[in-house]
Design a protein around this ligand. Structure first.
Ligand code: ADP
Ligand code: C5P
Ligand code: MG
Length: 222
């Protein structure tokens, strides 16, 4: 009698996730650190000297929140104020679109993904569907230092979450949800850790030294 089950062994599962880009197609560096540790500040330096395109997940979420007609605006706004992690489907899709647009329009293939992944599900989804990261640049900073910086930034940032109440919630989320992501990558030997306590110039010197250990040099020195 003919077999009734289809011979599917050699077929690829149709929903098997495939990243949009491989590590050969693009260099992706995740940039993590607590709120106010100086991620954005150091990304600006790296953008200038190394030719990276810089995407801050928080900035993309705030843009989406303010986009007229966005179905996610209210959800994002509430999560940001409460220091919660926005559902990863939203953030991963925003990053994916931005990365793809940049490659199409500018041909640049070096990306700093700042403030991401803040939760394990974001890390797994991004590496499965967008691109595996080269490593995570982690800015290590005690809470009292970060709090001082955030309160100072709050004097002019206009951000809904640079206030004492939101900062407390953001720190809790960072410790409970984001640090495990750093620990996960650390186990894989894919974390570059830098102390974020000294002044910005000193921190950047350390960043440059550590990137060189990974074979990355400023563009002007190539
Ligand atoms: P993040 O993106 O990690 O939240 P930012 O880069 O926005 O942090 O920095 C938070 C605040 O601290 C900003 O006002 C920035 O100017 C300031 N800042 C950044 N790095 C340092 C540093 N190394 N020393 C002192 N202040 C800093
Ligand atoms: O990185 P930034 O401090 O700008 O992020 C602001 C807020 O955006 C976070 O506290 C969080 O509510 C949200 N966010 C997120 N997932 C990310 C990055 C930011 O939910 N990967
Ligand atoms: Mg930032």
């Amino acid at each position: 009698m003919a077999p009734t089950r289809p011979q599917t062994k050699q077929l690829k599962a149709p929903d098997e996730p495939v990243p949009l880009l491989s590590q050969e197609d693009a260099t992706v560096i995740f940039v993590l650190g607590g709120p106010g540790s100086g991620k954005g500040t150091q990304c600006a330096n790296l953008k200038k000297d190394y030719g990276f395109v810089h995407f801050s997940a928080g900035d993309l979420l705030r843009e989406e929140q303010d986009r007229p007609g966005s179905e996610f605006g209210e959800r994002i706004s509430n999560d940001i104020k409460e220091g919660k992690i926005v559902p990863m489907e939203i953030t991963v899709q925003l990053l994916k679109n931005s990365i793809w647009d940049t490659i199409q329009k500018e041909g640049v293939r070096k990306f700093l993904i700042d403030g991401f992944p803040r939760k394990m599900d974001q890390a797994l989804k991004f590496e499965e569907t967008v691109c595996p990261s080269k490593f995570t640049l982690f800015f290590d900073c005690p809470e009292d230092v970060m709090q001082k910086r955030l309160l100072k930034r709050g004097e002019t940032s206009g951000r809904a979450d640079d206030n004492e109440e939101s900062i407390k919630k953001r720190f809790k989320t960072f410790v409970e949800t984001s640090l495990p992501v750093v620990e996960h990558f650390e186990k894989e030997g894919r974390v570059v850790k830098v102390s974020a306590v000294p002044g910005p110039d000193e921190v950047y010197e350390d960043v440059k030294k550590k990137l060189e250990e990974w074979g990355m040099k400023p563009e002007s020195k190539k």
